[in-house]
Design a protein around this ligand. Structure first.
Ligand SMILES: *Cc1c(COP(=O)(O)O)cnc(C)c1O
Length: 496
């Protein structure tokens, strides 16, 4: 199994190269040349680690079965996830609905990013050994909140790696900021930038694709790598939980083997929902992909019209991990749907960079619409959904998950399509206690930890242990810099 770049058909790399490099030199993303078929019956009796091994081994053909077993075991075993159950499904079907919440936040940082970032360091260090012997990987991360903490936690003190995380100064929740600024580990560093997430992401991409900087770091035996969701090593592990959710529903007799499901995903950079599309390409029977956005609804418009236009107001919302106007992984979907035409795709991506917009051809737009439904929820609707879901189903969801539930309700109303729906729940409500409390009629305390305690009392749910532990951890990082100075910050921090 080899990989091409979305922007260069002539390029062909192994999985290890794709993971070690993160992004292709000309700015394209690595995509698998084919999609191996999965046999659902073979996976039915396996636990999560076994299902992960099954999916990963089909794409990582340059890894030995022992290596894959070791990676999956260290990531998803050893008590890293609550009850050693990384991705439980909670059915909300008491009132005859057909919705099932796939909880992806039982890892060490309470967000779904752990599903990929607990395994990525194992995949990456092995990939580096195979491709870049002896080089230290300098991993740069742009985060809208959750990736940063999950990446720091995954990579802390991993030999052969150094990590710098950039986050938008005013674009993350107080709990998220605290999670990052108290991070332990001798090889990690955190910096707030003056700007939004897109500024951070653009800055990181610029560093990755600067040949002079690359040469400078190579002289010091260092190479850049990425833990963002553009890295194939992050996307691949996310395919697993869509299979796992389906098989759990079969085992629970909620669906029968072969039944179609719909998938609903609160979407930012388009990684999570793309993983579900890849699961379909491998044989998972998915009818519709429901792409849920907050007020930054560039994807909703794109799915409906075929025009991607980022020239619009950027909103800072209560679902900050989805405050994104350039959804990087959409490039991969378009590559597959436009007939793998790298020239056409490069044209669109260049138009986005230079003019802020592009329109895909009619055939590609139709292909997108046939598979995807796009919808959005503003902050007010999001809080209403949290309130209603708690009152009606007795289920407390975070702000991101609520956006998905809200858009699913719109979809149901609009289409009447009652296909069983798997809704990705991407964060613990305790990462955003201030916004979640707005769904309860109460006086809010000023301190986020007091808010978490109040939320626990009102909802009769438990505060996750990693959140409680934050309270007493010392702050280690207080760096800030301008978006334009990110390269200099990297130079100084890594000391080349
Ligand atoms: C990252 C994130 C998302 C968006 O996921 P993408 O893969 O970027 O689309 C949604 N919700 C939460 C809580 C996240 O951390």
């Amino acid at each position: 199994m080899n990989y091409n770049s979305t922007r260069n058909a002539a390029l062909q790399v192994t999985a290890a190269q794709a993971i070690a490099q993160g992004i292709s030199e000309e700015g394209g993303l690595f995509v698998p040349q084919s999609f191996p078929k999965a046999d659902l019956n073979d996976m039915l009796g396996l636990d999560y680690i076994g299902r992960a091994e099954y999916v990963l081994s089909r794409f990582l053909t340059d890894f030995t079965p022992e290596e894959i077993k070791a990676c999956a075991g260290s990531a998803y075993g050893d008590g890293k996830f609550d009850d050693n159950t990384p991705a439980p499904v909670v059915s909300l079907d008491k009132h005859g609905e057909n919705k099932h919440i796939l909880e992806l936040w039982h890892g060490p940082t309470c967000a779904f990013k752990d599903m990929a970032l607990q395994i990525l360091p194992h995949l990456l260090t092995r990939s580096l050994k195979k491709t870049a012997d002896g080089k230290t990987a300098v991993i740069l991360v742009a985060t809208s909140g959750d990736t940063g903490k999950a990446a720091l936690e995954g990579f802390k003190d991993v030999a052969g790696t150094e990590m710098i995380v950039f986050y938008p100064e005013n674009g993350v929740s107080p709990m998220q900021k605290r999670q990052m600024n108290t991070q332990e580990g001798e090889n990690v560093c955190v910096c707030a930038i003056h700007g939004n997430f897109d500024d951070a992401q653009t800055g990181v991409k610029k560093i990755f694709t600067d040949p002079a900087l690359k040469a400078e770091f190579a002289q010091h035996n260092k190479m850049f790598s990425s833990a963002n969701s553009i890295n194939w090593g992050r996307l691949l592990p996310q395919i697993v939980y869509y299979f796992s959710a389906y098989l759990d529903l079969v085992n629970a007799k909620k669906i029968k083997m072969g039944d179609a499901i719909n998938v609903v995903v609160p979407t930012g950079n388009f990684g999570n929902i793309l993983a579900s599309y890849y699961a379909k390409r491998m044989g998972l029977p998915v009818h519709k992909f429901i792409c849920a956005s907050n007020s930054n609804n560039v994807l909703t418009d794109f799915i409906r019209t075929g025009t991607y236009d980022k020239k619009r107001v950027f909103y800072t919302t209560i679902s900050p991990s989805m405050d994104i106007l350039v959804s990087s992984n959409l490039e991969r979907l378009l590559y597959h749907l436009c007939g793998e035409d790298t020239e056409k795709l490069t044209g669109w991506m260049n138009a986005l960079q230079s003019g802020g917009a592009y329109t895909v051809d009619a055939a590609t737009a139709d292909a997108v619409r046939a598979l995807f439904y796009g919808g959005c929820c503003d902050d007010k609707e999001t809080v209403e959904v949290i309130r209603n879901t708690f009152e009606k189903d007795g289920y407390l969801c975070d702000t991101h998950t609520a956006v998905a539930v809200g858009v699913y309700e719109q979809y149901l109303k609009e289409t009447g399509d009652n296909t069983p729906a798997v809704i990705a729940s991407t964060a613990s409500p305790y990462k955003f206690p201030d916004s979640v409390l707005d769904a309860f009629d109460c006086e809010k305390p000023a301190d986020p930890f007091a808010e978490a305690e109040l939320l626990a009392k009102l909802s009769n749910t438990k505060i996750p242990a990693p959140i409680t532990a934050l309270r007493t951890k010392p702050v280690r990082f207080e760096n800030t810099c301008a978006a334009a100075d990110m390269a200099d910050f990297v130079r100084e921090t890594v000391r080349v």
